[in-house]
Write a protein that binds this ligand. Structure first.
Ligand code: ADP
Ligand code: MG
Length: 731
């Protein structure tokens, strides 16, 4: 039997894959949101009273009362049943990194034995999934497996279609019996509330009409698409989402011909298909294009309120995985599926919007709004400066370690890029060293900023793409987030550090005002102070360069290259204080979360180590030995016909080389197993993570090197796993 590799290649050559494509006659607007219990649908299915109550709680985050919940549930059920839905589920985002669902049918049996379809307020508001199998970091002992999912009315319910099955999904938070959070969403909602409060207070310096500030998020999702058959022929891609061995192809991304090139037809069909599913779910996708690496692509939606945006991103990742199957493709959301070609990120574009329609990070047109812009702009920089380590921790994962600092993605050093003109503006504010700003200064300063706006926008087009945290005209773009990550983690940190900084800012300004300072002057003085204090986090140069690593070190900026180190930022006294003061995490929750993230790291590296050992031993070594046997046969034959040593010198060399690599693989796999045993016997999770990082993972490179060398010499026919050129260039 030929290997899976050749079966997959044959199937590919025969073009068995389906090409479903096109939107038909339909405009996107005709399907957009059709599977969402949106405002318009609510109007249709809910009483005025219930509609108002739901809208109100969506806005305020307040609970919907029981009576109203019954009405809302009835409306949702009527709407869903009209679309052929038979089941419902509480949809949540546990810390496993994938979304979770447990489906229940509307169908139930009454006490008199008759069958009915039922969905009431209780079922809508709260469920009790068997939570013992989700990560909880010791918060919830397994014997009391009680965890609750609770309805998040600020994110609309939706219908998920899978084949002919349709399920009503209720977005929920996931918490332990005592309210401690076990997911991404619960802390996110808390951080949104904290930021809202702090930002509104600061807005009132400028505009008393603002009553709500929301954080906005527009994510850009990078991913690879490869043939499913080829992916299935590789245990590493199947089990780990990335290749653990494989020699770079002769042609990689050097020619840069893939970026913005035309999208291959089969991938295009896949894109159109998942886009349609996304539109039905109300995910406002806007752009699609090729990325830098071969087989790499990107999509991005129009930005939304951060809670909805995070839900939509996790939903989309799920949809992409499902739809890819229909096309016999595999979407790889992993941060680094292939060595030697770029990895994938998920840029998080973040800003703040008021309910009066103002983007607080967009430079304004009048002096007054410009001072407001400058306030939020400088506070963001100060927040990133004060909590850079925490931001680094928020994007740490076993997957992302391959990307950060690999000279292709933002480095593990957090810095902020703001562009030439805004640097000049900040320099100018800072240079007012006089005790006080004069009225005159105030006017000049504001006008200066105002004049520079056209140039600011131009500057934006030529922006620094190497920065992990860049200002891009009207938002900050956090680029170091990993492609498979839940945006919740970085957004919780960003919202919280901003809330905390704004709270302090308000206090600092109030102190000066109480001393009799004019409001605008007081604001400028505090801003000047913040600008000088946060200066070291600003960097405009090439973040990929070695010089920057040196300079960052001399500036005292941290460069945590691995996840176990980076995660420490979550459990410092400073972090505990921050999260506690802003009502996001208790100390216990934070420690539990830290443990969960370390566990996750250990598990990922452990699985990779097992798969690598297995593939090296069961796939690579047999192929190498097989080829050696062919060579031995050949040498024996040449000898038999009377040729001299000189005529099979190449074969002998090759045999020797192959033996060296076989030995190398064998020895290192054994040593890696020993290192794993030692790590597994280490009780303390932090120490175990460090062992996996520094003693187990170190073997990956060595084993890979031997395997990749063998790939270069072993007969192609005998090589059992698809090669990079097949994975990356065949579709
Ligand atoms: P690019 O970065 O590729 O040049 P854009 O700057 O147009 O593209 O936008 C990138 C992403 O930023 C999009 O997802 C967009 O919705 C988002 N974005 C734009 N404005 C905001 C904002 N005010 N808040 C959050 N995200 C935004
Ligand atoms: Mg961008």
């Amino acid at each position: 039997m030929s290997s899976l590799r050749f079966q997959a290649l044959q199937a590919l050559a025969a073009g068995e894959e389906k090409k479903i494509s096109g939107y038909g006659e339909k405009k996107i607007t005709a399907i957009f949101g059709s599977n969402v219990f949106s405002g318009r649908t609510m109007r249709e299915y809910l009483s005025d009273e219930a509609y108002k109550s739901l809208m109100n709680s969506a806005k305020s985050g307040m609970r919907v009362d029981r009576k109203m919940a019954d009405q809302v549930a009835a409306g949702m059920k009527a709407w869903a049943e009209g679309r052929g839905v038979t089941h419902f589920t509480h949809w949540f985002q546990p810390l496993t990194g994938v979304t979770a669902e447990k489906h229940d049918s509307f169908f139930t049996i009454k006490s008199d034995g008759s069958a009915i379809e039922l969905f009431d307020g209780d079922a809508l508001i709260q469920q009790e999934p068997d939570a013992s199998s989700f990560p909880n970091g010791g918060i919830r002992a397994t014997f009391e497996a009680r965890g609750y999912t609770a309805w998040d009315p600020s994110s609309p319910a939706f219908i998920m279609e899978a084949g002919s099955g349709k399920t009503l999904c209720i977005p929920t938070i996931f918490i332990a019996y005592n309210g401690e959070s076990l997911d991404y969403k619960a802390p996110l909602l808390k951080s949104i509330a904290a930021l809202d409060k702090a930002a509104v207070d600061v807005c009132h310096f400028f505009d008393k009409n603002v009553s709500k500030v929301t954080a906005t998020l527009g994510w850009e999702q990078e991913y690879f698409v490869i043939d499913e058959g080829l992916a299935n022929a590789r245990p590493d891609l199947m089990m780990c989402g990335r290749t653990l061995i494989g020699h770079s192809p002769a042609k990689g991304q050097q020619l840069e011909d893939h970026y913005f090139g035309s999208i291959p037809e089969r991938v295009y069909a896949f894109m159109q298909d998942y886009e349609q599913e996304a539109y039905k779910l109300g995910i406002p996708l806007r752009t699609r294009h090729n990325e830098v690496a071969p087989a790499q692509f990107e999509c991005a939606p129009i930005f939304e309120e951060v809670n909805i945006a995070v839900d939509h991103n996790t939903l989309l990742m799920d949809v992409m995985n499902k739809v890819a199957k229909r096309h016999k493709l595999k979407a790889l959301l992993h941060e680094k599926p292939f060595a030697g070609v770029n990895g994938s990120g998920k840029h998080n574009n973040w800003s703040l919007a008021t309910d009066t329609g103002v983007n607080l990070l967009a430079p304004g047109k009048t002096p007054r709004t410009n001072l407001m812009f400058l306030t939020f702009f400088v506070n963001t920089i100060k927040a990133v400066h004060d909590y850079a380590d925490l931001l680094r921790g928020a994007i740490a994962s076993a997957n992302n370690d391959h990307r950060l600092g690999a000279n292709e993605a933002p480095p593990a050093i957090i810095s902020v890029y703001i562009g030439k003109y805004l640097t000049e503006v900040l320099d100018e504010v800072e240079s007012r060293v006089k005790e006080k700003f004069s009225e005159q200064d105030e006017v000049i300063l504001k006008l200066d900023i105002h004049k520079q706006i056209p140039e600011l926008l131009m500057d934006n087009t030529d922006r620094n793409r190497t920065s992990p945290f860049a200002f891009t005209g009207n938002k900050f773009e956090f680029r170091a987030v990993g492609s498979s990550a839940n945006c919740g983690s970085p957004m919780v940190v960003l919202n919280t550090i901003m809330a905390d900084t704004l709270k302090q800012f308000k206090k600092d300004v109030d102190v000066l005002i109480e001393k009799g300072e004019k409001k605008e002057i007081a604001i400028l003085q505090v801003l000047r102070d913040y600008i000088s204090k946060s200066k070291k986090i600003r960097f405009e140069g090439d973040n990929y360069s070695d010089e920057w690593a040196e300079e960052a070190k001399s500036r005292g900026l941290n460069n945590f290259k691995t996840t176990p180190e980076a995660l420490d930022a979550y459990v410092t006294d400073k972090a505990k204080q921050l999260f506690y003061n802003n009502h996001i995490f208790s100390k216990r929750e934070l420690e539990a979360r830290h443990d969960i993230m370390l566990e996750d790291y250990v598990k990922k590296v452990q699985i990779e180590a097992r798969i690598l050992g297995y593939m090296a031993t069961n796939h690579i070594l047999p192929a190498a030995i097989n080829y050696q046997n062919t060579l031995i046969e050949n040498v024996r034959g040449l000898k038999e016909v009377g040729l001299t040593n000189a005529s099979y010198k190449a074969q002998l060399n090759l045999l020797e080389k192959i033996s060296e690599h076989i030995q190398g693989i064998n020895d290192n796999v054994e040593a890696m197993i020993e290192a794993r045993k030692k790590a597994n016997n280490t009780e303390d999770i932090h120490k175990r993570a460090l062992l996996y990082c520094h003693e187990v993972k170190t073997y990956f490179e060595v084993i890979r090197k031997h395997a990749d060398k063998l790939e270069l010499v072993v007969d192609d026919k005998l090589w059992p796993i698809p090669k990079y050129r097949e994975l990356l260039f065949m579709r």
